[in-house]
Write a protein that binds this ligand. Structure first.
Ligand code: ASP
Length: 390
């Protein structure tokens, strides 16, 4: 329940300036930082002095902002894992998105409640490289007060030939509460989840699924379109064949009532895509027509054996998003990309960096909040099931 440091830092800019302004010893302010709270006898003083710094505090600011229970959104979230969008029903998704929204608001407040995951251990196990997702889970776990460690794969036993199941047994012996797993093979997080006693979150498995990316994309869309995903026409474009993001997004966006299109060359479309409940196009001109959102995907060269596209230049010419191709979509259409981007291959920098049309930075920001919501919901479901088994 620590709020004193962010509050003091925000108003005064740190211990020393706060000590000077409040006429207190620096060790006193340090004591507030350490305790996480400010003793009530100092509240009036802080409120008065903060006014001179243009911050109008009320006594409420000295209580951490509490996070609601997942169940307060009207539906008891009872899932143990987050492995695939298929595991969730619409009310689960609504609960998760509402929690994500709550954390988007909370992350910009001075005194958020940091105790939701206090005493819990989160282990990030990334068998495949990641920057965004791993850091996002690390930050999400820390912001909720969990003990977080991230396993360095290059130096892990896996490189020394340990099997996935040995790794599961080792991790289980560390008694984590939540494992966040990324693996190059489809189904690996699901297999791990059967061998450990904690919750498992799939942070991307091979070409299969990336459910937390789809959830953060949905939350980004809700923010951008005033809560309304139902009825949006969304084109997912590019290397769909190798994309777990596309698979999770198609399932989730369909569930939320969007009209989903896939746009890509035949070599980069899965052969069973006609059974995904989407419309399929091979040309950007027809595929983007009337779209509210254009979601570009990375050309995943590391998953390609052989030539799927003639050359990157030619690929950009026909399938890369630039101003001309974006012009085929609806006026004011917005652009997304899960990252990392290949600039000049699937998207031009000009589009990616235009804050009026690109949601790419928002996706990263929303990612942390959405993952806080997911960790919160899983942790609460764990506590409830432990309580029920007592
Ligand atoms: N970061 C996303 C993933 O892990 C997309 C990508 O790598 O292109 O699937």
């Amino acid at each position: 329940m620590t709020y004193s440091k962010p509050l003091i830092d925000d108003i005064f800019g740190g211990i020393r300036p706060a000590a000077r302004a409040l006429d207190k010893a620096a060790t006193t302010i340090q004591g507030w930082y350490d305790a996480g709270t400010i003793p009530q006898k100092h509240w009036n003083d802080v409120i008065k002095t903060a006014k001179e710094f243009d911050h109008h505090l009320t006594p409420d600011d000295f209580f951490p902002v509490k996070s609601p229970d997942a169940s307060s959104f009207g539906y008891p979230f009872e899932k143990r894992h987050c492995l695939s969008i298929d595991d969730f029903h619409r009310p689960d998704i609504e609960t998760l998105l509402s929690l994500g929204e709550h954390y988007l608001d909370l992350n910009v407040q001075k005194n958020p409640d940091r105790s939701v995951l206090k005493g819990k251990t989160l282990i990030n196990v990334f068998f495949e490289n990641s920057t965004r997702t791993e850091k996002s889970f690390e930050l999400a776990g820390k912001r909720l007060g969990a003990d977080v460690i991230s396993m360095q794969i290059a130096s892990s036993s896996v490189k020394k030939g340990e099997t996935l199941l040995d790794t599961a047994a080792t991790l289980n012996a560390m008694n984590p509460d939540i494992l966040v797993v990324r693996h190059g093979s489809s189904g690996a997080p699901a297999l791990l989840s059967q061998k450990v006693s904690c919750s498992v979150v799939n942070a991307g498995d091979g070409m299969h699924e990336h459910p937390t990316q789809a959830l953060l994309d949905a939350l980004t869309l809700r923010q951008a379109f005033d809560g309304q995903i139902d009825g949006l026409r969304i084109a997912i474009c590019g290397d769909i064949l190798h994309s777990r993001v596309a698979r999770s997004n198609v399932k989730l966006l369909n569930m939320l009532g969007a009209e989903v299109r896939l746009v890509g060359p035949p070599t980069l479309l899965p052969t069973d895509a006609d059974r995904w409940g989407v419309d399929i196009f091979h040309e950007m001109k027809t595929g983007l027509k009337g779209c509210d959102v254009v979601m570009m995907l990375r050309l995943q060269l590391e998953r390609m054996s052989g030539a799927f596209v003639p050359s990157k230049r030619e690929y950009f010419h026909f399938h890369g998003l630039d101003r001309t191709k974006l012009g085929y979509a609806k006026d004011g259409a917005l652009v997304m990309h899960p990252g990392p981007m290949n600039r000049g291959v699937e998207i031009s920098s000009d589009i990616a960096d235009d804050p009026d049309i690109s949601l790419i930075t928002q996706q990263v920001e929303t990612g942390v909040a959405m993952r806080m919501g997911i960790l919160h919901a899983l942790s609460e479901a764990q506590d409830r099931s432990k309580g029920a088994n007592r």
